[in-house]
Design a protein around this ligand. Structure first.
Ligand SMILES: [Ca+2]
Length: 132
């Protein structure tokens, strides 16, 4: 099944929880998660980025080690494959470093994360690690 993600509205969450920190125009964000597979999605025209893989602290604009070891802050062994990801990052949320205003983004944290067989325009860093 192919899912389509297009987020153009502002974040409607008004309470002061972690969801409030999700940047406007986020497509799919893998924040500190391990062993997730994101595949066969259409991720199009999101203002900030398409699919991002990030460390918990980096993603929340906090210093490294921000949880004091309470959680594994790094994303590990995540696979992003066979997605169509275009037109993202054109109006990036001020909370997001502009280098991540791309279709496929990674803050280079964690181990075992890989990308393959995606159709996309922009990426950071380039090239992203492949799965084989
Ligand atoms: Ca983790």
């Amino acid at each position: 099944m192919t899912l389509s993600w297009r987020v153009r509205l502002s974040n409607p969450v008004e309470t002061l929880d972690d969801v409030c920190n999700v940047p406007v125009g986020t497509g799919i964000l893998l924040l500190a998660v391990d062993a997730n597979q994101v595949d066969h999605n259409n991720v199009l025209d999101n203002d900030s980025f398409g699919i991002a893989v990030a460390n918990f602290c980096t993603g929340n604009h906090l210093p490294p080690g921000c949880t004091g070891g309470a959680i594994d802050e790094d994303p590990n062994d995540d696979v992003v494959s066979n997605n169509k990801v275009f037109g993202n990052g054109g109006n990036v949320d001020p909370k997001v470093d502009p280098v991540f205003a791309v279709d496929l983004a990674w803050d280079t944290s964690g181990t075992g994360n890989c990308w393959e067989h995606n159709k996309h325009g922009t990426e950071f860093p380039s090239p992203l690690p492949t799965c084989h």
